[in-house]
Design a protein around this ligand. Structure first.
Ligand SMILES: Nc1ncnc2c1ncn2[C@@H]1O[C@H](COP(=O)(O)OP(=O)(O)OP(=O)(O)O)[C@@H](O)[C@H]1O
Ligand SMILES: CC(=O)N[C@H]1[C@@H]2OC[C@@H](O2)[C@@H](O)[C@@H]1O[C@H](C)C(=O)O
Length: 398
């Protein structure tokens, strides 16, 4: 038998596994690397985060991804090259990080790689029913396996699509297994490039868990900052806080039909981007003079209100629900102030659940890989509108 297959079977039978979870999201800020020890599977899974870091992308690498990211017209030679190159860069970042942590790659059981989303195209967004729901994450798993010598599970979203989903959000699976509570309903809100949440009903009720995207998180603010200030983000909301919210622009932005669609739904920067902002700006009356800081203040409020109104819709009529926040948006004070004000006493950092809020999504992919190795699709049968599947493709080093 191929010795990698023997090794794989042994890993699947272990009491606990050392899994590197990787996430590089829509913000293109860097690669999140979470070293997790996971024992058991299904609702018996326990995860402990041993190490976490975000390895920032170099400007040149980010620029290359931007050439094809969320664009309908691209140079296919770059797409093709980046499929290998993203995996090469990520593998190198893993090897450097393991060295920093003083851990030999042979100690790691599995890498769980999300890859870099370059385009997200469910029919609900494209309107084109001649093609199935689709999404594309690049950074091929075989390159990881060969470069690091570590068995790699990657490309998780394709099974979700094949089984009838939109390929996202996948957070519901890990959230449901690890964070369901017998005491309270929970909203696990992640504010990355796109904001999304998982609703976890209190165990024992007849409500079902689900996950949904809400709309923009940081993506429009980041894009505007890059275009107008040459900065990757509005650090600590310094620019937004110096501006004035334009109620006219805000109401134009909030009129997007996606925001009215029922949950669960998915979206991406293919929809919420500077083209959309510019279209809204064009229809703002000429009497209103907007400075760049005003636009940033308005984009900040747009993200905050999208999140607040979405959550209000999800929890209407329910007994008290606690909201746990993860993702980079947690570090944006103006955004968080608006959330806290809308749900007094109900908003907490994900840290309260014992996990670093910045590491949460990378850990999620480690949990998904763990389920692929030793779980059972029946473990996730109770998640609304999400196919009960184990996800990811297995790449062997030899
Ligand atoms: N100090 C800060 N002030 C303001 N914004 C911040 C700060 N720190 C992080 N952010 C925002 O968080 C973003 C990174 O968030 P995160 O890493 O959760 O996104 P992601 O994983 O790329 O997105 P997605 O959830 O869409 O996959 C940054 O690009 C920035 O916009
Ligand atoms: C297609 C894609 O990459 N979607 C991401 C993105 O980033 C946030 C939001 O949009 C979410 O739908 C998803 O990621 C998380 C990890 C998810 O699948 O749950």
């Amino acid at each position: 038998m191929n010795k990698s297959i023997v090794k794989l079977a042994k890993i699947a039978e272990k009491r606990d596994r050392l899994i590197i979870g990787l996430m590089s999201g829509t913000s293109l800020d860097g690669l999140d690397i979470a070293l997790c020890r996971i024992s058991g599977s299904g609702t018996e899974s326990t995860l402990s985060l041993i190490h976490f870091t975000t390895m920032p992308y170099e400007d040149l690498f980010r620029q290359q991804i931007r050439k094809i990211f969320a664009k309908r017209q691209i140079d296919h030679q770059i797409l093709c090259g980046l499929n290998a190159y993203v995996a090469e860069v990520h593998s190198q970042l893993i090897l450097e990080t393991l060295k920093d942590w003083n851990i030999d790659p042979t100690q790691i059981d599995v890498i769980a790689s999300h890859g870099q989303t370059v385009f997200h195209a469910p029919q609900s967004l494209t309107g084109d029913v001649s093609l199935p729901n689709s999404t594309l994450q690049i950074g091929d798993g075989d390159h990881f396996a060969v470069r690091t010598g570590i068995i790699t599970i990657s490309d998780f979203r394709q099974k979700h699509l094949a089984a009838g989903g939109e390929g996202a959000p996948l957070a519901a699976y890990g959230d449901y297994l690890l964070f369901s509570s017998e005491e309270e309903h929970r909203i696990l809100l992640n504010i990355g490039g796109i904001s999304n949440f998982t609703f976890l009903p209190r165990v024992g009720t007849n409500l079902k868990a689900y996950a949904t995207d809400l709309g923009p998180g940081n993506t429009m603010m980041n894009q505007y900052m890059f275009a107008h200030y040459g900065e990757e983000m509005d650090k600590d909301a310094a620019v937004a806080a110096s501006g004035r919210v334009s109620s006219e622009l805000l109401s134009r932005l909030k009129s997007h039909p996606f925001l009215k669609i029922d949950f669960p739904k998915t979206t991406g920067p293919e929809l919420f981007n500077l083209d959309y902002l510019n279209a809204c700006l064009e229809s703002v009356s000429i009497t209103e003079q907007l400075y760049e800081a005003d636009v940033m203040a308005t984009l900040n409020s747009f993200s905050a209100q999208t999140i607040v109104e979405g959550i209000k819709r999800a929890i209407a009529g329910l007994e008290k629900t606690k909201i746990y926040v993860s993702g980079g948006g947690l570090h944006n004070p103006m955004l968080m102030e608006q959330l806290v004000a809308a749900f007094p006493g109900a908003v907490a950092s994900f840290q309260e659940l014992g996990l670093d809020p910045d590491a949460k999504e990378a850990c999620l992919f480690a949990v998904l890989a763990n389920e692929t190795l030793c779980g059972d699709p029946k473990n996730v049968i109770n998640i609304k509108d999400s196919p009960a599947v184990c996800m990811g493709k297995i790449s062997l080093p030899y």
